[in-house]
Design a protein around this ligand. Structure first.
Ligand code: GP9
Ligand code: MN
Length: 720
């Protein structure tokens, strides 16, 4: 009898180990499909999802294999299995409430968890959750009832080692596949969803633990003295507001419009189709650009790095840089103290703040970062009707995005500070396949470039429709609009293919040209005033916040901002790129080479005077970047009291049930409510929104003599 038992595979240590690995794997896959929404887009991603629990499960359980004593083998196995199950289970329950995964900070702080838990602990559990524990309990019972034999023989060390080695190998393979599908996964950390989707919950938690530990170390070393140094730097560099413009937009609503991947060269750009007919890419944005109510800038540069969109948000809303490595939002957005625009405007001028964006809230860790920026509301993908037809990899397309946003916007108390993050004009600039197709594609050897103009045109139309609504609804006149490009759309690696389209040649294209391409649109449109125009002053995204605050009549001298008001007479025209390159009206310093902007040539020999000037500029740039890093890495703003802003409690922002919250506020305020809805006699303005597909703007002509397909470059026959 004993013999038979021993032959039974499950009664051996290796058999038991294998059983645990298999059971956990199944549980994990079950959770992937029933509890989480991971946005799987291809069979390849399904494959990665299927295999990703294996490596870490093997690794963790293999630890028990090293135990010699019988008791310690089984104890360790059960313990590890219990902990893995607990982690999975906790994530399942947490996700149900927060649509997010548990971070080490959440566990340590437990603020968010407990605030969610306390309100409805019981409600958070569902019967199905029992499934995560039945196997564990079943195994325990079987074990103590001696149905599961104890194997007294230790696993040979080389087998234990082989299991660990196999798990590491499996992990490298997993990581390789993940990187093939989504490069920069670990360096850029797009979102927690991505880490789980590609590497699994255990790996995500481990990764998060390492990151948390690293940031904790740096922070622990920072002291209030560091803050004093920073404060004196900021004081010295502060550019006083220009009286002519200070307060020009005081009290107005702020509407930021994020023009995804839009470069300055698209402004006034006309794309020639194959018949030589020119098509203006962004006619509506151009009309704003040339309007005397708009402060437009044509030497404005993006300053982002790996955090792309989120870095632009950091720059524009905190006047600090992102990090030189990785995404700032992901690494520190959920941990740091900020003096961000929504917080300042909320506390100083009574603004209500909201971000609108048709992607999941955890992308770029926005949900955690926005809470620390002081955003009252965040309408992410969960607030929109997103389906396969109206969306792509990065979320809801721009036309339905703006259209569906207004049902929330109309309930915001005024004045409000809002940000609309469009996304359709995002790499890979895929051709529209429905009635939104029609704008001509460029004809280069690079499909990414070819599609760029059509998606930018789509964005332009989406913005125009939004403006048309705002005018009809009566929000336009009392709002100030900030339109900005977040970063390049065409990367330096592709620019040679773009050269011909921007009046250059690929043979003579240099890094000088690459640097010039980092210009992005920046315009502040203030209906009713006429002091605008195209300003040629050199500046960057870091300068956005003081510029805007001064226009809103808010002094910035007590805030820790590294940029300078672009309209100030004291504004210095030195634009730092995140890697230490820079741009001034006279020089371009890019990838280690200094160029003369007039000759566009590299300056190989510098006079002593030029050398000095160069060194001074470089020092200035490095100091600005280093100061930003010091603030961000040391979380120095937690020590700063000079701004007199009350500290933020990020746990108060859950970004759930926001519409209900807004309606309650409206009701409570009654006749004092300043929302558009209330001002409109409690009637919705949603019906004022008109949206058309491209082919409705440009109906196809189809007569006997002429047969013109939509992509043959037909001139528009109707604008509306
Ligand atoms: C994703 C969107 C795109 O939500 O904002 O971000 P990007 O890839 O441009 O940084
Ligand atoms: Mn972007």
């Amino acid at each position: 009898m004993k013999r038979i038992k021993q032959l039974n595979l499950l009664n051996t240590r290796l058999g038991f180990f294998t059983l645990l690995v298999l059971l956990f794997w199944v549980k994990n896959i079950f959770a992937y499909f029933t509890a989480f929404n991971l946005g799987i887009e291809s069979p390849f991603q399904y494959f990665i999802l299927f295999i990703n629990p294996i490596a870490t499960t093997l690794f963790l359980l293999s630890i028990a294999l090293y135990a010699k004593k019988t008791k310690s083998f089984y104890r360790t196995s059960f313990l590890i299995y219990f902990l893995m199950t607990l982690l999975l289970f906790a994530n399942v329950v947490y996700y149900r409430e927060f649509t997010d995964f548990i971070t080490i900070n959440t566990i340590l702080g437990a603020g968010k968890v407990s605030s969610g838990l306390s309100s409805s602990t019981i409600k958070m559990f569902e019967w199905i959750d029992v499934l995560y524990w039945v196997d564990f309990i079943g195994l325990l019972i079987a074990f103590f009832a001696k149905k599961l034999g104890k194997d007294e023989r230790p696993v040979k060390a080389r087998y234990a080692f082989a299991a660990t080695a196999l798990s590491l190998l499996a992990f490298s393979g997993n990581l390789f596949l993940a990187e093939t599908d989504r490069s920069g996964l670990l360096t850029r950390t797009f979102s927690r969803d991505y880490l789980v989707k590609y590497l699994g919950i255990n790996a995500f938690t481990g990764y998060d633990a390492v990151q948390t530990y690293k940031t904790h170390q740096v922070r622990a070393e920072a002291s209030p003295n560091d803050m004093d140094e920073v404060a004196s730097y900021v004081k010295e560099h502060h550019a006083a507001p220009n009286d002519e413009y200070f307060g020009l937009a005081k009290g107005k609503n702020v509407i930021y419009i994020h023009l995804e991947s839009t470069q300055q060269f698209l402004i006034d750009y006309k794309l020639k189709d194959e018949n030589g007919v020119e098509h203006e890419v962004m006619p509506f944005v151009n009309s704003l650009y040339h309007d005397s109510s708009t402060f437009s800038f044509d030497n404005f540069f993006h300053q982002v790095k790996a955090g792309k969109t989120s870095d632009a948000e950091t720059l524009l809303e905190t006047s600090l840089f992102g990090l030189n490595q990785g995404a700032f939002f992901a690494q520190l957005g959920g941990k740091n103290t900020f003096e961000a625009a929504p917080n300042i405007l909320g506390q100083v001028a009574g603004y209500t703040s909201a971000t609108f964006h048709g992607n999941n809230k955890t992308f770029w860790n926005r949900n955690e970062t926005y809470a620390r920026f002081g955003y009252d509301y965040f309408f992410d993908a969960s607030y929109y009707d997103v389906n396969e037809e109206n969306s792509f990899q990065y979320g809801l397309h721009d036309k339905p995005f703006f259209e569906q946003s207004v049902k929330y916007l109309e309930h915001l108390q005024q004045p409000f500070y809002t940000k609309f993050i469009a996304v359709s004009n995002h790499y890979p600039y895929a051709e529209f396949t429905d009635e939104d197709a029609g704008f001509p594609l460029a004809n280069t050897s690079d499909n990414t470039i070819n599609g760029y103009f059509a998606t930018a045109n789509y964005l332009d139309k989406a913005v125009e429709e939004f403006f048309t609504y705002l005018k009809a609804a009566g929000l336009y006149e009392n709002s100030v609009f900030v339109l900005y490009g977040d970063h390049y759309g065409i990367s330096n690696g592709r620019n040679k293919n773009l050269a011909e389209l921007v009046g250059k040649t690929s043979d003579t294209w240099t890094d000088f040209d690459n640097a010039q391409m980092q210009r992005v649109p920046y315009m502040i449109h203030i209906p009713g005033q006429t002091k605008g125009g195209i300003n040629h002053s050199f500046g960057g995204q870091i300068d956005g916040l003081p510029t805007l605050l001064h226009l809103l009549g808010i002094d910035t001298d007590n805030y820790i901002q590294l940029g300078q008001d672009l309209l100030s007479n004291e504004h210095q025209e030195v634009v730092a790129f995140r890697d230490g390159s820079f741009m001034t009206p006279a020089f371009t310093y890019y990838n280690g080479v200094l160029y003369d902007n007039d000759t566009q040539e590299a300056m190989t020999e510098l006079s002593e005077e030029q050398q000095n000037e160069f060194e001074q500029l470089q020092e200035k740039v490095n100091l600005q970047l280093a100061t930003s890093d010091k603030i961000n890495n040391g979380d120095l703003l937690r020590f700063y009291t000079g701004s007199h802003l009350a500290p933020i409690n990020p746990d108060q922002y859950t970004y759930k049930n926001s519409l209900n919250e807004l309606l309650t506020i409206e009701r409570t305020l009654g006749s004092q409510s300043t929302s558009l809805f209330s001002k409109n006699n409690n009637e919705s303005t949603v019906d004022l929104y008109k949206t058309l597909k491209y082919q409705e703007y440009y109906p196809q002509v189809n007569t006997e003599n002429q047969e013109i397909t939509s992509d043959a470059g037909q001139e528009p026959v109707a604008e509306n």
